[in-house]
Design a protein. Structure first.
Length: 304
């Protein structure tokens, strides 16, 4: 039985956030590799896969406008480049649990900013559902020690995480998930590459160990290519408010994957937090979309 339009978006969002949550092990495997060089390789490989996929739909007619190019560049600069740089800085000052608790506020931020950018009021029931998701993510993630710079870096990371979705909303109806993913990853390559050359010089890239190579492949092909396509496909179907609820799955799947791989234990608080996240997501999906969104024609993905 084929999934409904909303059901397909739900499945894509849940899968994308599950992949993101399970990526913590791969990210940890790259802590000893130069940051900018590793991210350059990651996005270069992802762009090498995504750009040919974008070309399968034929040339874009009309071509990208100046406003679209500017938005794509800003999306890459915030949602990819600044997000990764600020995240590393936050983790240098604060415990991962404290940073994760701040970033876990993404569903609430999208539930507020998504409607405001569309010039409509946030739905109270959706805000309440997002609050439950955030509470569940906080319980799952816990709280850890940190200082003021770490908190400010984490706030910046949160803003960039929201920008990754909100800046894409206006691009998806014409470009579709494939082209948005391909163009943003392509823009990210020179951002990381030039920064790495300036800061690290010839130490920017080195031969990765087998473990680092496996981590780079996972982050490039599974997280960047697959999860980007899934997330942007879900965003076009659900809207940023409802799709954002699934960001609460990240700490849950991170905890579950750690327990499954034997790198961490599963504690009662994590089970309680997982239940809260699931409750909030279900409650949010039960909320009807705003009339303005329901009347809007469904975006037709390009390049597919």
């Amino acid at each position: 039985m084929p999934l409904s339009y909303t059901g397909a978006g739900t499945l894509r969002a849940a899968t994308a956030m599950t992949v993101l949550g399970c990526s913590t092990g791969a990210t940890a495997g790259l802590t000893g590799y130069p940051l900018h060089g590793g991210q350059t390789l990651r996005y270069l490989l992802a762009a090498a896969v995504l750009l040919p996929l974008a070309r399968r739909g034929g040339p874009l007619r009309p071509r990208l406008s100046g406003a679209e190019l500017a938005r794509l560049a800003l999306l890459a600069a915030t949602g990819l480049f600044a997000f990764n740089v600020l995240l590393v800085q936050a983790l240098r000052h604060s415990d991962p649990a404290a940073v994760g608790s701040v970033i876990g506020c993404t569903p609430l931020l999208l539930a507020v900013l998504g409607p405001l950018l569309a010039r409509r009021r946030p739905q109270i029931r959706l805000l309440a559902a997002a609050g439950v998701v955030v509470a569940g993510a906080a319980v799952t993630q816990g709280a850890g020690p940190g200082d003021l710079p770490g908190f400010l870096y984490a706030l910046g990371t949160l803003a960039c995480e929201a920008a990754f979705s909100l800046l894409a909303v206006g691009l998806l109806p014409r470009l579709g998930p494939v082209r948005v993913s391909a163009y943003t990853t392509a823009f990210a390559v020179p951002l990381f590459g030039l920064t790495g050359l300036v800061l690290d010089g010839d130490r920017m890239v080195r031969m990765p160990t087998p473990g680092e190579a496996a981590a780079l492949l996972y982050l490039s092909l599974v997280l960047t290519v697959l999860a980007f396509l899934l997330w942007y496909g879900a965003l076009g179907r659900l809207g940023p408010e409802r799709a954002g609820l699934f960001a609460g799955l990240v700490p849950v799947t991170a905890a579950l994957s750690g327990a499954a791989l034997g790198t961490g234990g599963l504690h009662p608080a994590e089970l309680v937090g997982s239940g809260l996240v699931g409750l909030g997501v279900c409650a949010g999906l039960a909320v009807r979309r705003a009339p303005e969104d329901a009347a809007r024609p469904a975006p037709v993905p390009a390049g597919r």
